[in-house]
Design a protein around this ligand. Structure first.
Ligand SMILES: [Fe+2]
Ligand SMILES: [Fe+2]
Length: 243
């Protein structure tokens, strides 16, 4: 253990340091310098506040040797790892529902090709989100665990609203649900003081999620205006023509 004088360093990696009363040193040595003594050692090193080879000893003993254990895992808690796996499952479930919606609107007797295209792209996007989370899990040294996904409903006709509005309202509520799940994931990162994970969720997911909610809300509003018939065909054409 190192004993510090003249200066305290408040950092988790310096937790094996403690401040002690300064030994009597010549005035010149005390002024503006930091002194370190190795425990059980009478050495006094002036102007040194960090000895990397001493500090790293503990970390060296913690490097795993088993081949089935991550080398990179560092300051990454089990609940963070679990919550990333749960979010992967959420994204896959939403992707599956959007794929079901694609197949419904692509039917010959429904034939709303713009909506089919929109939900196909949406399904792919959710799968990409799942993949991005998998890559993050691997980067942090966690282990990806895939869980079961639920069989989605396949019929979206709706007497009162029509299928297009019904489907888009369903999509809006799903996106809001995903937003809640992402905020929960972010709260786990904050609770663990995992700044990097919080930044990852903020920069890669939260902004995009809010944008998606706004876009789908506008689609719901537009579909409410156009009714169930001819207007839906025009709405569908605008989706088909969009990039
Ligand atoms: Fe997503
Ligand atoms: Fe989404």
């Amino acid at each position: 253990m190192l004993l510090m004088t003249s200066q305290s360093i408040f950092s988790p990696s310096f937790s094996n340091l403690r401040t002690v009363s300064p030994p009597k040193l010549p005035r010149k040595a005390r002024c503006g310098s930091v002194t370190v003594m190795a425990s059980g050692d009478s050495r006094i090193l002036s102007d040194v506040f960090f000895e990397p080879f001493e500090e790293v000893k503990k970390e060296l003993t913690l490097i795993p040797h088993r081949q089935d254990v991550s080398l990179a895992k560092h300051m990454y808690t089990d609940d963070a790892e679990d919550s990333i796996n749960q979010q992967i499952n959420v994204e896959y479930n939403i992707s599956y529902v959007y794929h079901a919606l694609f197949s419904y609107f692509d039917r010959d007797n429904v034939a709303l090709k713009g909506l089919a295209k929109f939900f196909k792209e949406s399904s792919l996007e959710e799968r990409e989100h799942a993949e991005k989370l998998m890559e993050y899990q691997n980067k942090r040294g966690g282990r990806v665990k895939l869980n079961s996904i639920i069989t989605p409903q396949m019929e979206f006709s709706n007497e009162e609203k029509g299928d297009a509005l019904h489907a888009m309202e369903l999509a809006l509520s799903l996106e809001k649900l995903v937003n809640e799940k992402l905020l929960y994931l972010h709260s786990i990162a904050v609770r663990n003081q995992d700044v990097e994970m919080a930044d990852f969720i903020e920069s890669e997911f939260l902004g995009e999620q809010v944008d998606a909610i706004k876009k789908i809300s506008e689609y719901v509003a537009q579909l409410r205006r156009v009714g169930k018939g001819h207007g839906v065909w025009h709405f569908d054409q605008t989706l088909l023509d969009s990039a």
